[in-house]
Design a protein around this ligand. Structure first.
Ligand SMILES: Cc1ncc(COP(=O)(O)O)c(C=O)c1O
Length: 376
């Protein structure tokens, strides 16, 4: 490699550490039953309608993608117009190979010849990775009791700031930025900064004071981009599809960074069918709402501290043992969780909300781990 011209920006990129796969833990620990609560996946899987649509579209899978992308964007426009009494068109939407890919397009579009991205110190690692990849500077503003510190983030903006990324609800803390706080932020943010609202967990949020970021796009603020996806409530994480909503001008600009045929038609058709399956969406929301409280109670009984969540995962904080120890002991008991090191919180553990049986197994394994740590 020493004779080759390597990209110095890439050499600075921290590699993304994904949640450990079930098969790996089965092999390593010789276990048959392993549950994964490490990647905020949908415990009920994908909708049967989405699966059927995907399978139907496979008949044409030998062809390059055709109108799937356009049809999905049209469908989204119709849906948002009904829901928000708005006048969006397909040109307000940009699809990608997951929200991650859309984030890449945004970063590539605004981080060039330097530039800064402002984020919360405890948030989704991809923002840091992408900014570094494109040679930008990351400005991580310390979280305030696990929430975004929006006034401090505004203060961190300089003439070099290109992006501010607000993860709402925030991964890994599960905390929400309310409508009032979004309004205050948007009233003060300077016009040269792009504000990205990553709302990956949007459909799971129950709080009526949740963000209204979409209104700013409807009002024509080019600097606002909203991200939503299909990996969480819709259960299509491995099909890789997500989208951005922005003004026509912004979306047209972002298209310059889009890879041709970045997602296949079977995926677009699965996504459209998933949007239609309200019964499945409701079932997922209901499960998370119920199981969240089951976990709250179980963790309280174990005297453990956690951050109340607006999403489908929980952050355990102020743990009585080292996170690495708890993580490994849980693995031995067939439960995969995530130490939040890559998310800026090495002393916290994030656990995804699973089915009742999975949550029961997690609480049981955790209790056992803490008991054995105490020598009882
Ligand atoms: C906050 C946040 N943004 C983006 C993503 C990536 O989503 P996708 O699977 O659509 O790429 C995730 C996935 O966990 C996430 O938590």
């Amino acid at each position: 490699m020493e004779h080759l011209h390597l990209n110095p920006h890439l050499l600075n990129v921290p590699l993304y550490v994904a949640g450990k796969p079930i098969e790996e833990v089965q092999e390593e620990y010789g276990l048959t039953e392993v549950i994964k609560l490490a990647s905020n996946e949908n415990p009920l899987g994908m909708s049967a309608l989405a699966r059927a649509a995907f399978e139907r579209a496979l008949n044409e899978a030998h062809r390059y993608p055709a109108v799937g992308d356009r049809n999905l964007r049209r469908k989204l426009a119709g849906l948002y117009n009904t829901r928000h009494n708005a006048t969006f068109t397909q040109d307000n939407f940009l699809t990608g190979n997951g929200i991650g890919d859309v984030l890449r397009m945004i970063t590539e579009s605004f981080i060039f010849d330097g530039g800064e991205t402002v984020i919360c110190s405890a948030t989704f690692p991809l923002y840091r990775i992408l900014t570094t990849q494109f040679g930008g500077k990351l400005v991580a503003v310390p979280h305030k009791n696990y929430y975004h510190d929006l006034p401090a983030m505004l203060d961190a903006i300089t003439s070099d700031t290109r992006l501010v990324i607000l993860c709402n609800p925030n991964n890994p803390t599960g905390t929400l930025i309310s409508r009032d706080h979004v309004n205050e932020f948007m009233a003060r943010v300077p016009p040269h900064v792009v504000v990205v609202f990553d709302e990956s967990y949007y459909e799971i949020v129950e709080d009526p004071n949740y963000s209204n970021a979409i209104e700013f796009i409807h009002q024509g603020r080019d600097q606002v981009i909203l991200l939503r996806g299909f990996s969480k409530v819709h259960g299509l994480a491995s099909l890789r599809i997500g989208y951005a909503l922005g003004t026509h001008a912004m979306i047209e600009y972002l298209h310059h960074a889009q890879l041709t045929f970045n997602t296949g038609d079977p995926v677009f058709y699965a996504a459209m069918a998933a949007l239609d399956d309200q019964a499945h969406i409701d079932a997922v929301r209901q499960l998370i709402a119920t199981e969240k409280h089951y976990l709250y109670e179980g963790l309280s009984e174990l005297d453990l501290s956690f951050i109340p969540t607006a999403a489908n995962f929980l952050l355990l904080v102020d743990l009585p043992r080292a996170t690495k120890y708890i993580y490994e002991e849980l693995l031995k008991r067939g439960v995969i969780v995530r130490v939040a090191t890559g998310f800026g919180l090495p002393d916290a553990i994030r656990v995804s909300i699973g089915t009742h049986r999975e949550n029961e197994k997690f609480l049981h394994a955790l209790k056992d781990t803490l008991r054995s740590a105490n020598g009882k």
